[in-house]
Design a protein around this ligand. Structure first.
Ligand SMILES: *Cc1c(COP(=O)(O)O)cnc(C)c1O
Ligand SMILES: [Zn+2]
Length: 422
């Protein structure tokens, strides 16, 4: 926290002290999403590549000087709890997939193995520290499921009361996860966007700390840790591309922020191109990018997709999400639900990573980008696998044509069944 210089509005650039505004730029209201600004000289004084190489902290907390939290408090809360296990996820060398796609190298960043089984733990871990810093009694969020589960899990880890707003359409497994962690769960009879607005209103009314994606400027700071990790895991030689599934746009905005931090520190000399992947039925950012619109010019769409975690009518972090792709000479692509579903068994079989639909969407986007010549044979690519397949078994089942073989409990029956499969 010592290295945080302030907050800057993503629309007007106005700068504020960290304790001067709560969440958004007062001039721009809920649209005035803020960037966290660092004093990189101060970061450099306490974080070096050498220190990182020797660090025993195999979690996001290895990057503490680049995180907007009270370091002592964070370490105290993380000590011996799941909060201490967030991040530093594996980056697999997916050589079979790379050769079938015909590209030079493919890495799969596996966030299915986070403590609550999604990428959202990176942000919620920060939130679980922030609420203590602020001294609020309750923390709240609205979510399609994973941000909620992540917040619930991180709160359970440190004994923090929390209230979660989820749309009624959220997958059962995700709601079960919330209840298991002991959260107060409000199932909102409406969509995610309505749950989000309701959560903002309730938090204001009751003085709760608000984790809502985009609205809370610190969530992208948690999400940026994946970019820091990818670069460190590749010995500070970033890939040509990073493919990111995009709903609200907080992950892709965070990845961009992490890369900007590393450029400012002079730790990388080249920024990967960011590819944002949206589901065709929920692709307002693809549309805005193609038409050259700014975030504040975007209108809500009717959003429908099998990938519930990237279903967003009006992406909350649209300013950062558009900027991430524009400033890195990246692309936005949309993929049909069938392509997303197909990517689930492909990733599972060819790389051993079982992802939920949104978690496999980035890979589906890569397949399409290779087919359309956007990604070329000489390119190296990292794909984010953002959530576990166990989160949404109904989704996974839609993707599977194979059926289990039913056998009698005899050797003969097994022989016959195997013979039938060839
Ligand atoms: C939230 C989520 C995303 C999308 O992240 P945004 O910040 O909303 O763009 C992708 N995949 C999974 C599994 C998620 O939970
Ligand atoms: Zn502003």
């Amino acid at each position: 926290m010592e290295s945080v210089a302030g907050l800057a509005c993503t629309i007007c650039g106005a700068q504020y002290e960290a304790d001067e505004v709560a969440y958004v730029c007062p001039r721009h209201g809920d649209d005035g999403i803020l960037d966290v600004v660092y004093d990189y000289n101060s970061v450099r004084a306490s974080l070096t590549k050498q220190a990182l190489a020797a660090s025993q902290r195999r979690s996001i907390w290895r990057y503490l000087p680049l995180l907007p939290v009270d370091a002592d408090l964070a370490l105290r809360l993380a000590q011996g709890t799941p909060l201490g296990s967030v991040g530093w996820t594996p980056l697999y060398d997916a050589s079979r997939l790379a050769s079938s796609l015909g590209i030079r190298w493919l890495g799969v960043k596996d966030d299915t193995c986070e403590p609550t089984a999604s990428f959202k733990d990176r942000a919620s871990a920060i939130a679980a520290v922030k609420v203590r810093e602020q001294g609020a009694e309750v923390i709240t969020t609205a979510s399609t499921g994973n941000a909620a589960a992540a917040l619930a899990g991180m709160c359970a880890a440190v004994g923090q009361p929390n209230v979660i707003f989820v749309p009624r359409s959220a997958p059962e497994a995700k709601v079960a996860q919330l209840l298991a962690y002991g959260s107060t769960v409000l199932l909102v009879d409406g969509n995610y966007d309505q749950a989000f607005d309701l959560c903002l209103e309730v938090a204001r009314e009751f003085g709760w700390y608000n984790r809502n994606t985009a609205y809370n400027p610190y969530m992208s700071e948690g999400k940026k840790t994946a970019a820091l990790e990818v670069c460190e895991q590749l010995d500070w030689q970033p890939p040509d591309w990073i493919f990111v599934p995009v709903g609200d746009g907080c992950i892709i905005g965070g990845i961009h922020k992490g890369l900007q931090d590393l450029v400012a520190l002079d730790w990388i000399d080249r920024v990967p191109r960011l590819a944002g992947v949206q589901a065709a039925g929920s692709s307002p950012l693809v549309d805005a990018w193609e038409r050259g619109l700014e975030g504040w010019q975007m209108e809500p769409v009717e959003a429908h997709t099998v990938a519930d975690s990237i279903c967003a009518a009006l992406p909350r972090d649209r300013n950062k999400a558009l900027r991430a792709v524009r400033e890195t000479d990246g692309v936005y692509v949309s993929v049909a639900d069938e392509q997303i579903l197909e990517a689930i068994p492909t990733l599972a079989r060819e790389c051993g990573v079982f992802a939920e639909p949104a978690g496999a969407a980035a890979y589906a986007g890569l397949v399409q980008a290779v087919e359309s010549g956007i990604v070329r044979a000489e390119d190296s690519v990292v794909v984010l696998a953002t959530g576990s397949g166990l989160k949404d078994i109904t989704g996974a089942k839609k993707a599977l044509r194979d059926k289990p073989l039913i056998v009698a409990p005899t050797l003969d029956s097994v022989r016959k069944a195997l013979a039938r499969t060839g």
